[in-house]
Design a protein around this ligand. Structure first.
Ligand code: HEM
Ligand code: HEM
Length: 208
């Protein structure tokens, strides 16, 4: 066996799972617990980004992020059932890692923005950029408490937050499906590796 996932990386992974689960379960009533769970997820993503630059080998983005050609080649291999076993993240898994981190960050940031009108008003260009269709949908435009773009921006932001949360759920389902599929293909329990940190040593054919 070899050590692959370091302790901080594993802690961040399961911390992210827990915080997103709590945020999901408490989203409907927007209570304090929901906001704190969302901030926890945001914080975890922030630490993970730093760890991806300064962390050990298998935590580093440069170890597992591949260009589109390699991702497509790997996907083709999966379809033809001849993909190689990767000790770190495989090329498709790496794309999912980035999608999960980005969607979590976007969900958390839109949540933060919509709690207080001042926050949205602080970023008028952003609100015009993400909600142009709503930009002049309200009388409060120009002078209202939501800043230059009116209450419509706030409603649009809520829609976007909800959309991102649903997108995140979809990505998580695909992520877990990918983990199960790859576990079966290479006869190893990848979820357990995310707990213990160890994986079977690479064979000559594997990518370490
Ligand atoms: C809220 C739900 C989840 C989120 C947001 C999430 C997110 C992530 C992220 C960001 C990574 C990259 C880890 C890193 O490089 O530090 C990852 C990897 C991984 N996750 Fe999850 N995950 C979730 C749920 C799960 C669940 C339920 C399982 C167990 C079945 C799981 C198993 C794994 C495994 C095995 C890896 C490593 C994949 C590999 O071997 O390349 N995840 N996940
Ligand atoms: C990754 C983190 C987050 C996830 C997965 C998430 C998810 C959700 C979901 C599913 C809803 C319910 C949408 C609906 O059907 O109406 C929601 C609503 C909401 N979220 Fe989040 N959220 C996150 C982060 C945050 C953060 C950081 C904040 C604020 C600091 C926040 C504030 C709110 C508010 C105010 C609502 C509206 C509640 C209401 O309808 O009264 N969220 N969120």
């Amino acid at each position: 066996m070899i050590k692959v996932w370091d302790p901080l990386q594993r802690l961040l992974h399961w911390g992210l799972v827990a915080s997103i689960a709590i945020a999901w379960l408490t989203g409907e009533d927007g209570e304090a617990l929901h906001e704190w769970a969302g901030y926890a997820a945001l914080g975890i993503v922030g630490v993970r980004l730093i760890w991806g630059v300064i962390g050990p080998r298998y935590a580093r983005f440069t170890q597992f992020i591949r260009g589109p050609q390699q991702v497509i080649a790997y996907a083709r291999d999966v379809v033809q059932r001849r993909e190689k076993r990767y000790v770190g993240h495989n090329p498709l898994g790496a794309v999912m890692v980035l999608a999960l981190l980005a969607t979590t960050a976007a969900t958390g940031i839109t949540g933060w923005l919509m709690v207080k009108p001042e926050r949205l008003a602080m970023l008028p260009e952003v609100s015009a950029f993400i909600t142009p269709a709503f930009a002049d949908s309200d009388e409060e435009r120009e002078y209202g408490e939501y800043g230059e773009y009116g209450e419509g921006s706030m409603e649009a932001l809520e829609e976007i937050h909800e959309f991102l949360a649903n997108l995140l759920l979809l990505l998580i389902v695909l992520h877990v499906a990918g983990v199960i599929y790859t576990s079966i293909r290479h006869r190893e329990n990848l979820a357990r590796s995310m707990v213990t940190g160890t994986k079977r040593s690479p064979a000559s054919d594997d990518i370490a």
